[in-house]
Design a protein around this ligand. Structure first.
Ligand code: GZL
Length: 358
């Protein structure tokens, strides 16, 4: 094994075992293997820690009666992925544990259904709303109606693009840009800094798709021998991830060295397509994705998936902590960033898989 590969292997072990700053290691690697200057970014760790911005006080909200359970409307995107199902279960079970009267609406991936649900919650005079917004834009009118009705809105898992951030109380979500960067740095290391990548994107217009693309492409732009040769949305769906990968394989076949999928479900679909095309995932084509679901960790142990960056969906406790603080008139941070962690062959075993809640 030549010195660069040996050095890379050592660096790889160092990064993944001891959480040495990934950026620091890759900067050294960049000098050794000649990749362009590592992009200017704050020194990053192997995981994204949980952090909260400064608490801000909330616009006037209706104070619920203390002797009655609170009523919360939860507008969920749908059931498109294992991640989404886990998030729904987390919020529903936390509501039950806290004795919250939860009104649940599944929008089947359609924003108009979410807006209808929010208007229904407002008409029912719920005490608070939890919203997982399918896309970033188009929310101002209904969020204004909620604010005018004195009903606070807690965003979970995806953000919105609004001109006035007093339209929502807080956003509890992972840092998707960072997830994209982590995926790119891992892939750079795995491919020795050179190769052709195909990208399977999430739902167009959604915060995770926009930001995971941005973070990944920002890092790749700094590495002249890494190239994204195809990019297409698979809508976070396993079946569509497979379809998109079949099309990529038809068009590019053996030119493809790696797949970057915005979520595990699409990555698992892509792995199926690679196998059906007679190629070996993990050898002929490296696959990296995001979410950290149980099936993905299983695929890592089997060697078909290279890495998955966990995006924790168990947001129920944080969501209801925020609701309770807001209804008690306490200030809450505008953004609560959920901690993430990269899983790959060096830190994932059958025990890791069996210990997964989702
Ligand atoms: C991320 C979430 C994304 C997941 C997908 O917070 O919005 O949506 O990564 C899910 O699995 O469909």
């Amino acid at each position: 094994m030549n010195t660069v590969a040996m050095r890379k292997g050592l660096l790889n072990r160092l990064v993944l075992k001891r959480g040495v700053s990934l950026l620091l290691v890759l900067s050294v690697l960049a000098l050794v293997v000649g990749c362009g200057k590592a992009p200017e970014q704050p020194v990053k760790k192997q995981t994204v820690k949980q952090e909260s911005e400064r608490p801000v006080s909330q616009p006037q909200v209706k104070q619920p009666r203390s002797d009655e359970p609170i009523t919360v409307g939860f507008s969920q995107i749908g059931a498109e992925s294992a991640w989404r199902t886990a998030e729904t279960k987390s919020i529903q079970s936390e509501a039950a544990v806290r004795g919250v009267n939860l009104k649940f609406s599944d929008a089947q991936q359609k924003q108009e259904n979410q807006i209808k649900a929010l208007r229904s919650f407002i008409a029912q005079k719920v005490d608070a709303i939890i919203l997982a917004p399918v896309v970033e834009t188009g929310w101002e009118p209904v969020l204004k109606e909620a604010r005018d009705a004195g009903i606070p809105v807690v965003l979970v898992d995806r953000g919105v693009n609004v001109s006035d951030d007093s339209l929502y109380a807080t956003l509890i979500a992972s840092d998707f840009v960072e997830e994209g960067r982590l995926a790119a740095h891992w892939l750079y290391d795995k491919l020795d800094g050179k190769g052709s990548i195909v990208q399977i994107e999430g739902t167009p217009g959604s915060a995770p798709a926009i930001d995971r693309k941005r973070g990944f492409e920002e890092v790749v732009a700094g590495c002249p021998e890494l190239k994204i040769i195809k990019s297409q949305s698979g809508d976070f769906l396993r079946a569509k991830g497979k379809e998109v990968m079949e099309a990529f394989l038809k068009a590019e076949g053996k030119n493809i060295n790696a797949v970057y999928a915005h979520n595990d479900d699409m990555a698992l679909g892509a792995i199926q397509a690679i196998i059906e095309a007679g190629m070996v995932p993990g050898q002929d084509i490296v696959v990296v994705s995001i979410d950290g679901i149980k099936d993905a960790l299983q695929a890592i142990v089997e060697g078909t998936l290279g890495a998955s960056i966990e995006c924790n969906p168990l947001l129920g406790p944080k969501a209801f902590d925020a609701v309770e603080s807001i209804l008690a008139g306490e200030a809450v941070p505008k953004k609560i960033t959920v901690a993430d962690q990269l899983f790959d062959g060096l830190n994932t075993s059958m025990e890791t898989v069996s210990g997964r809640e989702y």
